[in-house]
Design a protein around this ligand. Sequence first.
Ligand code: DX5
Ligand code: ZN
Length: 221
Amino acid sequence: TRPLRIAPSILSADFARLGEEVTAIISSGADYVHVDVMDGHFVPNISFGAPVMKSVRPLTDAVFDVHLMIAPADPYLADFAKAGADIITVHAEAGPHLHRSLQAIRGLGKKAGVALNPATPVSAIQHVIDDCDLVLVMSVNPGFGGQSFIPESLNKIRQAKALIGNRDIDLEVDGGVTADNAREIVAAGANVLVAGSAIYAGNDPSTYASRIKAIRDAATG
Ligand code: DX5
Ligand code: ZN
């Protein structure tokens, strides 16, 4: 089984103190920094872009896990690679040439991820699975933090796990993840858990370690 990774989403961070919010989650036991990029076009919200990510990148050696909710994505892949992304995930729905996007990410020397919206079947990525380093199952409709986990996502996670088989591919779940559902999400096959509001709510760094530990403990049963 693949190592469990906890990936707090800085979408729920206090942007006025973004640097401290990044270092706080890493010193509190998080594995990845999940970076939610939204364009107000592919999703109905705008977050931030590569320059903002670049400004906090030097603060930690942790993996920057960049989730691009933008269309088109291809013109911006090099920007995010240069800004210090380690994993770049594009949405399967974001453009007509997913294979090209995944190849472009690997060509930049980064790990290539593909995300599936709640209504998108796992079969959408069947023919590009060997071009992926990470599959991201969205368990809410992308665009906002703080939404509730869609229960049907558990079936999707199982199907994605079956498609991945024993390939060297991470299975990430994003949206509504909490200590209460982490166990069943991991049991369904996920090994990377994104959590925004469950970690950052209240933006009090003194709470982050216990919240990350609660998710990790729940996930590892
Ligand atoms: C949703 C984003 C998520 C979101 C998660 O569009 O991709 O990463 O920030 O937030 P929570 O954990 O609050 O659902
Ligand atoms: Zn995300």
